[in-house]
Structures are given as structure tokens and as C-alpha cells.
Design a protein around this ligand. Structure first.
Ligand SMILES: *Cc1c(COP(=O)(O)O)cnc(C)c1O
Length: 364
């Protein structure tokens, strides 16, 4: 930081999240940030256009009531069990602030998971306690539950399916964590659940400490609109609303509320596109396996795969030379051999497979 004296001291200590790159290269096969390869529902686009024509001089509904009603109806909840925010990243930031700041208590999470969780811990001064994934890169629920039952913790956060592995836990395992941590919130981030995972939303009625977070960025193809949601018992939603109204009363603009609402209501389009992504995913996994890759079983819209004979960073760099973008994480070292490959259209998946095959054949 060049002029530290102008900044609050805490700014220097922050370790911000680094998102996957969004380069402007024509013809790029972009499989690095888990966006949906299909456009959003035509009804969502029409709703955004209509909203743009009417009322932009006015503030939006600060409570996003129509959207929360649509989400509640879609998930069998009451409207007061639904919170919405400007992307699920913002929802997560509010949730960490609202539920995980307990002096001297640390937040339990898997060591390999969505890296923003640790960034929010840094932002709010929350200590994190990392539980290593098991030998098969699955979340070690037994160890997490044992640690939570053993003594005070600030709560538990996990992604299900997990990122960047794509592997999901069955609901019985989530219930184990809820039972082991009854005095604190268990936050289940279901960013990818619509691609084959089991949602914990149905457990909310029985578990007052469960908060489930969703995003419209992945399965609803609306990454550019920035809409996320949290589902939980009313006291949890009230707490999130208090935090939100102490930060920004209008996190969702008129276009976002209108587009998100229409997208949630277009069930047929949602089902068609998520099933297409799952179908493409399974084909891509087979093609990569035929090229010698080990592919983790994925319930998400991406694959986590490694080639026994090739370095992960080098493969990613060689793919980039061929205008194919995938994500590589250099750390932790355990996942450095892997590539995280977002599932594209059949044409994008074919382009990736051809590029990989050419690289493997060229021996570079
Ligand atoms: C993509 C992603 C998010 C963020 O979603 P936004 O709604 O776009 O902010 C949150 N959690 C996980 C695990 C994700 O992969």
C-alpha cells in the first residue's frame, strides 16, 4: 500500500478474493468461472427490459418482496424465511457478520472449499479452523462433527456440493453437522446444488440453526445480474435483514429484482438448461477419462480433474495458448495437480477435449 497513513490499518491486513479472469479475447472458450454456458430464460430478459423502461427514476423495493415471495413459493417456505442480496457473495458476507463473530470461538470449515469464506473471516476478524478433506477429497463430516461437539466453535460453513471438487454430501451428513453444533449456525452454501446435489432447504423447519445460501449466478444463468439468497428460520432472516439495513437498504436494483423473479418462475427453462449442463458434464467426464484423466465425481457444473503424467499449472497454461481457459489453483499443494473445468455447451466441451488431446499428443 503506497500511502498507508491514509488507510485504516485493517486495510493493509486484508487478503482479498481473486476471481477468475474475464479477458476480452475473441473466440475464447471460457471454462474458468463456472458460469452457465446457456443464456438466461427469455422471460427473465423480457422482465429486465420491461423494468428498464419503467420506473428507473424511483428507488427499488428495499425488501425485494416479489422476489422473496417467488423464491419462497419455489422452495416451499414462508416469505419471512427468505433473504436476498447482491449476489450470494454479499449474502455470505452479511451471514458471516451476523452469525460467526463470537469472541474466542473459531469457525469450522473444510481446508479446501470456496476461498471467499476465509476472506470474510479476515474482513470481520473471525478465526478459522480448517478441517482437512479426507484422502478421497471428500468433506470429513465425522471429524467436523467431532470437533464441533468437543467444545465451543463459532459455527460451521461448507459448500455442498463442495468447490472446487464438485463432490456432494448426502443430507444425512448435513443433519449430523446440525446436531453436533446446535448452539451455532451451520451455513450450507448450495451454489451448485441444482446440478445434481441434495438440498438442505427441507431441513429448515426442523433446524433453527440452519442457513442455506443459493445463487442465481450458476443454475439460473444470471451471473451478470448479481442475485443471491439465504433460506432459514425467521430469526436468522431477521438478523440478516438488520445487517443489510445497516449497510445498504437497496442491494438489489429494479432490473435485478424483475429479472430474478421471472427466472425463478420459469421452471421449464430452468429444468431444461440444468439438465443440459448435467448431460454435457457426464459426456465431458467420459471424454477426459478416455484421455487418461482422473475425474472426481461431480454434482456441480464443473469437473475437477488431473492427468497423472502432466503438471496442472502447465496444462492450464498450454490450454490458454490455445484460447481455452480453465481454472488452476496452485495452493494448497494437494490440489495443484488438478484443473477445474466449467461445463460448457457441447461445442465448447469438444473444443476443450480437442485442445487437451493435441497438447497430450505434442508432448510439450
Ligand atoms: C459462485 C459461488 C458463489 C458466488 O455466487 P454469486 O452469487 O455470483 O456471488 C458462492 N459460493 C460458491 C461456492 C460459489 O461457487
Amino acid at each position: 500500500m503506497s500511502i498507508p497513513s491514509l488507510c485504516s490499518p485493517v486495510v493493509e491486513r486484508l487478503e482479498p478474493y481473486v476471481p477468475g479472469e474475464q479477458p476480452r479475447i475473441a473466440g475464447l472458450v471460457k471454462l474458468n468461472t463456472n458460469e452457465n454456458p446457456y443464456p438466461p430464460s427469455p422471460r427473465a430478459i423480457a422482465a429486465v427490459e420491461a423494468a428498464a423502461r419503467e420506473g428507473l427514476q424511483l428507488y427499488p423495493d428495499p425488501q425485494s418482496l416479489a422476489l422473496r415471495e417467488a423464491l419462497a413459493a419455489a422452495h416451499g417456505l414462508q416469505t419471512d424465511q427468505v433473504f436476498v442480496g447482491n449476489g450470494s457473495d454479499e449474502v455470505l458476507a452479511h451471514a458471516f457478520f451476523a452469525f460467526f463473530q463470537h469472541a474466542g470461538e473459531r469457525l469450522l470449515m473444510p481446508d479446501i472449499t470456496y476461498s471467499f469464506y476465509r476472506v470474510y473471516c479476515g474482513l470481520w476478524g473471525i478465526g478459522a479452523e480448517l478441517q482437512p478433506l479426507d484422502a478421497g477429497l471428500a468433506v470429513d463430516v465425522g471429524a467436523l462433527a467431532a470437533r464441533a461437539a468437543q467444545g465451543p466453535c463459532a459455527g460451521i460453513v461448507l459448500a455442498n456440493p463442495n468447490a472446487p471438487t464438485g463432490m456432494g454430501l448426502p443430507l444425512a451428513q448435513i443433519e449430523r453437522l446440525l446436531a453436533a453444533c446446535p448452539r451455532r449456525v451451520v451455513l450450507v452454501d448450495e451454489a451448485y446444488v441444482d446440478f445434481g446435489g441434495e438440498s438442505a432447504v427441507g431441513l429448515i423447519a426442523r433446524h433453527p440453526n440452519l442457513l442455506v445460501v443459493h445463487t442465481l449466478s450458476k443454475s439460473r444463468s444470471l451471473a451478470g445480474l448479481r442475485v443471491g439468497a439465504a433460506f432459514g428460520a425467521q430469526p436468522l432472516i431477521d438478523a440478516l435483514t438488520r445487517v443489510k439495513d445497516s449497510f445498504n437498504s437497496y442491494p438489489l436494483d429494479r432490473l435485478a429484482q424483475a429479472g430474478a423473479c421471472a427466472a425463478v418462475q420459469d421452471v421449464a427453462y430452468f429444468d431444461a438448461t440444468r439438465h443440459a449442463v448435467m448431460h454435457n458434464r457426464d459426456g465431458l467426464a467420459r471424454a477426459l477419462q478416455e484421455l487418461g484423466f482422473e475425474v472426481l465425481p461431480s454434482q456441480a457444473n464443473f469437473l475437477f480433474a488431473r492427468h497423472p503424467g502432466r503438471d496442472g499449472a502447465q496444462l492450464a497454461a498450454l490450454l490458454r495458448e490455445r484460447a481455452v481457459l480453465v481454472r488452476h489453483f496452485a495452493r494448497p499443494e494437494r490440489i495443484a495437480p488438478y484443473l477445474r473445468i466449467s461445463v460448457g455447451t457441447p461445442a465448447q466441451c469438444d473444443a476443450l477435449v480437442r485442445a487437451v488431446a493435441a497438447i497430450l499428443a505434442s508432448n510439450r
